[in-house]
Design a protein around this ligand. Structure first.
Ligand SMILES: [Cu+2]
Length: 322
């Protein structure tokens, strides 16, 4: 505990929007009480080989700018690359993703998209083997209303504490629950979870997108009607002058226009009132995909991405038991 005289200074520092400090990444993925690992891009971090979070080269824990909205870095962050492992989840479950903290000043929407990997070239290793530019996305959550004006706050909307989606996320221990639609069919999917920080969005190219990807293996419920998936290319989601990414949030705004596609029919976003912190109970066992349609539990000897082809076979080697 610091001396009382220092406290106001420390609190003021915490509230400052920072340019180079205190960005973030997805650290943990929690599903039904089980923990799966995200990816920490900062230098000298040891990342779990069985992580389900895609790697990236944003070593400053930073963001993608509007100037790169049509570049590959907007798909799954800078040089995003799939790990071999996938976190198992049932259609209809909730996936709880947790950031490594979130700065109070970084207000904005929290968005989630899913893309199936099944059927794409390379999907014999699930999402590990596919070309990310071939992924086609369906929006499953746009955190609407994104900003909920506090009653009696005088209409000074836009500032931290006015119940932006990011305020709700911070209150839930920097986490967000993503509803996995009950109508998904069985197979490998990439979850693209994205927060957009708007504290500098009043100037062109000032918004900060944090698009982080996670591999899931969804067990579908065949009794459910199958959801119709959309086919959006992430490089066409946003434009630098969209009203949801080029706006001054400190100016007292009353409405906010969510950027990107609309949420798909059949999606099951989790409302603010149900966004709660959750704790993991045990470490989960991710799976690797074999023969496109089946999985095996992760083992220490698993190799998938870039593994040499088995001689005389078109199939990739997806597991190696030493
Ligand atoms: Cu930041």
């Amino acid at each position: 505990m610091p001396p009382p005289s220092l406290l106001p200074t420390l609190l003021a520092l915490l509230a400052l929007p920072t340019t180079s400090l205190a960005h973030s990444h997805l650290a943990n993925i929690l599903i039904n009480g089980q923990l799966y690992h995200g990816f920490d891009p900062r230098p000298n971090q040891s990342n779990n080989p069985s992580r389900v979070g895609w790697s990236n080269t944003a070593t400053d824990d930073g963001f993608v700018s509007p100037g790169n909205y049509s570049a590959a870095s907007i798909i799954c962050h800078v040089s995003g690359a799939s790990p071999p492992a996938h976190a198992p989840v049932r259609a209809g479950d909730r996936v709880h993703v947790q950031w490594n903290g979130w700065p109070v000043g970084h207000v904005g929407p929290v968005l989630s998209y899913l893309a199936p990997c099944g059927g794409l070239a390379g999907s014999d290793t699930g999402c590990a083997g596919v070309d990310k530019t071939a992924l086609r996305w369906t929006k499953v959550d746009d955190s609407r209303p994104v900003m909920e004006l506090k009653a009696g706050a005088g209409g000074n909307g836009g500032v931290p504490g006015e119940r932006w989606a990011t305020d709700v996320m911070i209150a839930a221990n920097n986490s967000w629950q993503v509803g996995i639609p009950g109508g998904l069919r069985t197979g490998p999917y990439v979850l693209r979870h994205e927060a957009i920080a708007l504290h500098f969005a009043g100037k062109k190219d000032g918004a900060q997108n944090y698009p982080l990807c996670v591999n899931l293996w969804v067990e579908g419920d065949e009794k459910q009607d199958q959801m119709v998936m959309d086919g959006f290319d992430a490089r066409a989601f946003y434009k630098a002058d969209d009203p949801g990414v080029l706006l001054n949030v400190t100016a007292g705004i009353k409405t906010y226009t969510v950027p990107g596609p609309t949420v798909a029919v059949g999606a099951t976003p989790v409302p603010y009132s149900q966004q709660i912190a959750s704790l993991f109970k045990v470490e989960g066992t991710p799976v690797v995909v074999t023969r496109s349609t089946e999985t095996v539990p992760w083992t220490a000897g698993v190799t998938a991405t870039g593994a040499p082809k088995i001689k005389g076979s078109e199939g990739r080697r997806v597991e190696g038991r030493d």
